[in-house]
Each structure stands twice: as structure tokens, then as C-alpha cells.
Write a new protein. Structure first.
Length: 267
């Protein structure tokens, strides 16, 4: 019969049954899977996890100024602003009562009204602005007329000056090679403006003249030494701004010429 087992098969089956009854590895693994993780009270309600509290940014610390310090601050902000500055603007920015600001502004106006002062703080269009006193305008105008004209360089001159400043000493052919254009006239302009000077001759065939910047260059650009030269990235930004100003000036001149040109009469 098919369900009858040979003696050897019967022995193996008996051994397997004994292993199961004694708790073999299979039963141990199954017991571990269903082993409770702990005593859970069915009457206990599960509490939801608390939501994280929103971080509240601390309010900026309000600084308390003495009258002397606050008056100095008001004087400084009026000086640096081009448009008249209202008292309420200063009060809001400094977190001070407007009454206190108005009191100190009145003191400042009185201080600058003294005869030994050349400047005054005037109330204009509801705000405060610093200016020269009207009685000194003639003297100031005469002085300004005798001032040295501000340094104005074309884009080509600025590029040439930058090449000399960063590559000095350098020859005219080397400048032309870097810029890619002829620049003899521009170089002469820089020499006439005393921004560059001759630094000898290069020891090569033809012995071309070497050029370098000088003290006047440092003075005009507010540098104590060549180490304070802006980086090439900063210089490129200056170059872009100079180019924009030239375009703006050219556009303004064209508009002025069109405005002053006679209007042709209609037939």
C-alpha cells in the first residue's frame, strides 16, 4: 500500500515528530515572531504625538541712547541723506518717541544756527536737510570755481590705465596686444594727466619705452599703495559702470541737442 512506510522512513518520521514535540528550532523561531512586546492595557487610549512648537524669533533688542549720543546719530543721518529726512522716519528707525526726536532736532537746528557755523540744518518740505548757509554762497561758489576739475576718463583710457596698473612696467606694444586696439593717443592722454610715467626701456630689440603708474595715480584713486588695487572682478564692474555712464551722458547730450534744435516751419 502507498501509505505504508518502510522501516527506515518510519524511523525518520518518528525522529521529526519527537523534535517538534520537544521544541525544535522551527518552533522557537515561530514563538519569537509571536512573542508579545509587552503588556498593553486595552483600556489605555493612544495619545497623539505633540506637534513641534513653532520657533518664535526674538524681537530685536532696543538700544537706549543718551541725549548726547542720540543727537550725534541724528546729525549723522541728516548729513548722509540727500533728501529731507522727516522726524517720524528717524523716530521709527531708532525706536524712539517722536517727541524726543523733535526736541533734539530743535537743539541741533539751534546749534547750527550759531554764527561760527558754516552749515545749517534747515526744515524743508516737512523734513530736515543739511546745507551751507545762504550768506556764504558767494564765497563757496568762488572756491568751487578754483577747484581742480574732477578726473574724467574715457573707457579706452580707463582700460589702458588698468592694464598699466596691473602689468607694470609694460610697453606700448604689450598694451596694444592685451587690448587688441591701437592706443597711442590714449597713452599720451594718461601721460598728460600725469597718471602714468616713463619707467625706462625694456632690454629687448628696439628697446621700447616702459610705462608705470605714479603717485598722482594713487592720489586720484584714493590708494595708499598698489596693493589696494581692486581685484580684476571688481575692476570689471567699475568698467561696466563707466560704460553705462558714458552711454547715459551721450543720450543726455543728444536729447539736449534735439530740444534746442529749431523746429522746421510747416508749409
Amino acid at each position: 500500500m502507498a501509505d505504508e512506510l518502510e522501516p527506515r522512513d518510519q524511523a525518520e518520521t518518528a525522529a521529526a515528530e519527537e523534535m517538534v514535540s520537544e521544541g525544535g528550532p522551527v518552533e522557537e523561531a515561530m514563538a519569537a515572531l509571536v512573542e508579545p512586546v509587552g503588556d498593553i492595557d486595552p483600556t489605555t487610549e493612544l495619545q497623539p504625538e505633540p506637534e513641534p512648537e513653532e520657533e518664535i524669533e526674538p524681537e530685536p533688542e532696543i538700544v537706549t541712547y543718551s541725549d548726547v549720543d542720540l543727537k550725534a546719530i541724528l546729525e549723522a543721518v541728516i548729513y548722509v541723506t540727500e533728501e529731507p529726512l522727516e522726524a517720524k522716519q528717524m523716530a521709527a528707525a531708532l525706536h524712539e518717541p517722536i517727541a524726543r526726536i523733535e526736541t533734539l532736532l530743535a537743539e541741533l537746528v539751534a546749534d547750527y544756527a550759531r554764527p561760527e557755523r558754516g552749515l545749517q540744518i534747515k526744515e524743508i518740505a516737512g523734513g530736515f536737510k543739511m546745507a551751507t548757509k545762504a550768506e556764504l554762497h558767494d564765497q563757496v561758489r568762488l572756491f568751487v570755481k578754483n577747484l581742480k576739475a574732477p578726473l574724467k576718463l574715457s573707457l579706452a583710457a580707463l582700460e589702458t590705465l588698468a592694464v598699466i596698473a596691473y602689468k607694470q612696467p609694460i610697453t606700448a606694444p604689450e598694451i596694444m596686444e592685451i587690448r587688441g586696439v591701437q592706443g597711442g593717443g590714449v597713452l599720451k592722454t594718461l601721460l598728460d594727466r600725469k597718471l602714468v610715467q616713463v619707467a625706462g626701456r625694456k632690454n629687448v630689440i628696439g628697446k621700447p619705452i616702459l610705462y608705470k603708474t605714479n603717485k598722482e595715480f594713487l592720489v586720484q584713486f584714493g590708494l595708499s599703495s598698489l596693493k589696494e588695487l581692486p581685484s580684476l572682478k571688481e575692476f570689471e564692474e567699475l568698467r561696466r559702470l563707466a560704460f553705462s555712464e558714458e552711454e547715459a551722458e551721450a543720450t543726455s547730450e543728444a536729447l539736449e541737442q534735439n530740444a534746442t534744435a529749431p523746429v522746421p516751419e510747416q508749409a
